[in-house]
Design a protein around this ligand. Structure first.
Ligand code: ZN
Ligand code: ZN
Length: 296
């Protein structure tokens, strides 16, 4: 099986497990009257939608450039990520507001019913399943040397953490009962706060890319070093960098001896392009503008 297929198969496995967890958690959260479990269910739902977007939009993004999209289709994935992040942020705020309302009622003496054991079981099952998924995905990620899979593996482990938060709240509410049933909405606030973080981790880079944010400073320094190590090429300036989906676009001006032939100058520029593509990916867009060295 080729690498891309195997990577998407691991993503499909993760997506199916997430979908099963969505069903289990919503049923357990509603039947077990647990805000924490419903919050955890929303988290799993967002994970499942993210998996679908990754599978669908990575395909679209991988489409080569055509006459209507000269820079390829990478930003379709970015736009999808932006909307997932936005929807997730809205869901997270909804979870926190609903739990805060319960808390406010509780402070005024209203009772919060103890969650059912079904909610606790769902949380425990989710922790175990997510840990197995972490082990499986990170093993595959290392074998296939896929950063995306390794990142996804760690997401599974952070999902387990979200379920651990829910389990502590639900378990505490059941075991201690009485006034301690407040632990359930408290846990749902913790799970909601973790979701805000997940949402921000999606939104931040997506907004950066949509607004043509430059590559980090150390990446730009690396580019300047690669150019600087090319014999006969000097004074790189007007460096412009940005991300387009999972590609990188680099534009830069360089200076060379003006008396050499165009063929020689072109060879130097091509060599720089080759090295930049080796470093930043074969699909990178590299444009080098050449100027003769200014006499002092
Ligand atoms: Zn998650
Ligand atoms: Zn210039």
């Amino acid at each position: 099986m080729d690498r891309a297929k195997e990577i998407s198969r691991v993503t499909v496995v993760g997506g199916i497990v997430n979908l099963l967890l969505v069903g289990l958690k919503f049923v357990a959260g509603l039947a077990g009257r647990s805000s924490a479990m419903i919050a955890d269910a929303v988290h799993s739902l967002s994970d499942f939608i993210t998996d679908v977007v990754v599978l669908v939009f990575v395909g679209i993004s991988a489409k080569p450039q055509d006459s209507s999209h000269d820079y390829g289709h990478g930003k379709f994935e970015t736009i999808a990520t932006f909307f997932i992040g936005l929807a997730l942020a809205a869901a997270a705020v909804g979870i926190v507001v609903s739990a805060a309302t319960k808390l406010a009622g509780w402070l005024q003496g209203e009772d919060i019913p103890a969650p059912g054991t079904l909610a606790l079981w769902a949380a425990l099952i989710s922790i175990i399943v997510k840990e197995i998924l972490f082990q499986y995905t990170s093993r595959k990620g290392k074998k296939l040397e896929s950063q995306a899979l390794i990142a996804n593996a760690w997401h599974h482990r952070s999902d387990a953490l979200s379920s651990i938060g829910a389990a502590i709240g639900i378990g505490g509410a059941i075991i201690l009962s009485n006034r301690w049933t407040v632990l359930d909405p408290l846990a749902s606030i913790v799970v909601g706060a973790m979701l805000v973080k997940v949402a921000w981790d999606l939104l931040g880079p997506a907004i950066g890319e949509l607004t043509d944010k430059s590559l980090p400073e150390d990446a730009e320094n690396e580019i300047l070093n690669i150019i600087g190590s090319e014999p006969g090429v000097s004074q790189p300036h007007n460096l412009r960098t940005r991300r387009i989906g999972n590609r990188v676009a680099i534009e830069v001006h360089v200076r060379m001896d003006g008396s050499q032939t165009l063929a020689q100058a072109h060879e130097s520029a091509s060599h720089i392009e080759k090295q930049l593509k080796e470093r930043f990916g074969a699909d990178s867009h590299v444009t080098i503008h050449m100027e003769p060295v200014k006499e002092a």
